[in-house]
Design a protein around this ligand. Structure first.
Ligand SMILES: [Zn+2]
Length: 416
């Protein structure tokens, strides 16, 4: 059994605390108490604790943040069909199962970028209440889209300023933590092109005004250039996908502080599986037309210095809920340094989720969202495939590390 104690000491690890992309000097210990990081410092100065977990020769870092998921979807070949065919209860069961897979994979916070009905907003509350296990969920609820626009099958269709204001207010009434709006067409919706504009600049600006007035962030699905430009000028906080970003728009995004969530897994997964995976040809064709651009855009975004938050679009075709580490590996392969990649899934992911006061770094007073990695991901990012401890809000979800307690003076190996 892994400890259920509220107070435990994680001893002697190499700590990437997420504050600046570096490693703290020397073996470092972290005292967790009542869900938060109570103390962090040199191992030799560590306070006493009844429960001690040995992280020697391991890397300790903040729990990962996946900035773009769809918990109510399971990676079926045709997402729209799954949404159409699922009852509300089935979607909720899927979401709960996917939440557990997510947490198992070391992801302690997700931004859910859209689901039919209110299932993921409600799931977030159920996780918070301890009813089911899962990561902290920041949920958009239903997406806001033009009539017939991308994601209309999981959205509120709204056209014109008054209608989009009402749509935002309706989502906030339902408990949405942030607003997701569609600035362009997309790959997974029949009848729209990824490059076409959708909600217009003045509609997006009204959405931003309503959301920001209520203290919520706005994320836009945006693939084509004109739609991305509309979204950044409208003041959105996050561009999802962003495949047609160019040098001019990178500069604008940097000036405005807009985040990019590149979702490389989504587009590459569809192209890799293709029609033989059962994905409808009209989806595969659209993905093929964007896949090379997505890689080239990301490489250029890295060079330009755009704010990047990691996100997979998990739940889209063949895009699993335990795939964030593979996305991070892909980001490093294309050109982001391991340190910046790790920040994109910790500190910067928390900023992008609106949770930087709570999580994303290991600092005194913040949530004890912690993972322990067997190896050094700053040297070899694939070490993140070997996560041996996951804790969220100070509760250890799984651990394979040696643990000793004062009542039992012997060390014991805890099975995963
Ligand atoms: Zn998505």
């Amino acid at each position: 059994m892994t400890t259920t104690a509220a107070r435990w000491l994680l001893r002697g690890g190499t700590v990437f605390d997420g504050t600046d992309g570096g490693i703290r000097t020397g073996p470092t210990s972290i005292l967790v108490d009542d869900g938060v990081v109570a103390w962090i410092g040199a191992d030799e100065d560590a306070p006493a604790s009844d429960v001690v977990i040995d992280a020697t020769d391991h890397t300790v870092m903040p729990g990962l943040i996946n900035g773009h998921v769809h918990l109510a979807n399971s990676g079926a070949a045709d997402l729209a069909a799954e949404v159409r065919d699922d009852s509300i209860a089935t979607a909720a069961y899927r979401a709960a199962a996917n939440a557990l897979v997510t947490l198992d994979a070391g992801v302690t916070t997700v931004k859910d970028c859209g689901a039919a009905d209110n299932v993921v907003v409600d799931l977030g509350r159920a996780i918070q209440a301890g009813i089911v296990p899962g990561p902290r969920v920041v949920a958009a609820g239903r997406v806001i889209t033009m009539t017939g626009g991308h994601g209309h099958f999981m959205g509120v269709e709204a056209d014109g300023i008054d209608a989009v204001r009402a749509a935002v207010r309706g989502q906030l009434k339902q408990g949405a933590d942030f607003i997701k709006a569609m600035a362009t067409g997309g790959v997974l919706t029949a009848g729209v092109k990824p490059t076409q504009t959708a909600l217009l600049r003045d509609e997006l600006a009204a959405i931003v005004e309503e959301a920001h007035n209520a203290g919520r962030r706005v994320s836009t699905h945006a693939i084509g250039r004109d739609g991305i430009e509309n979204a950044i000028h409208a003041g959105v906080d996050t561009i999802e996908h962003g495949f047609h970003l160019d040098a001019e728009l990178f500069a604008l995004a940097i000036e405005r502080g807009t985040y990019l969530v590149p979702t490389l897994s989504a587009i590459h997964g569809i192209v890799a599986e293709g029609e033989r995976g059962g994905i409808p040809a009209w989806i595969v064709d659209k993905a093929r037309s964007e896949v090379e651009r997505s890689t080239a855009m990301f490489r250029a975004a890295v060079e330009a210095g755009v704010n990047i938050a990691a996100g997979t679009d998990a739940g889209t075709p063949f895009n699993p809920h335990d795939g964030l580490v593979e996305e991070l590996i892909q980001m490093v392969e294309i050109g982001l340094t391991p340190a910046r990649t790790m920040l994109s899934a910790t500190r910067d992911g928390a900023i992008n989720a609106g949770l930087s006061a709570l999580t994303g770094t290991l600092e005194v007073g913040k949530a004890a969202d912690v993972i322990v990695v067997d190896g050094d991901p700053l040297d070899d990012i694939t070490a993140l495939r070997r996560i041996v401890l996951v804790a969220k809000d100070g509760v250890i979800h799984r651990s394979a590390l040696d643990e000793t307690s004062r009542s039992s003076s012997y060390g014991r190996k805890v099975a995963v």
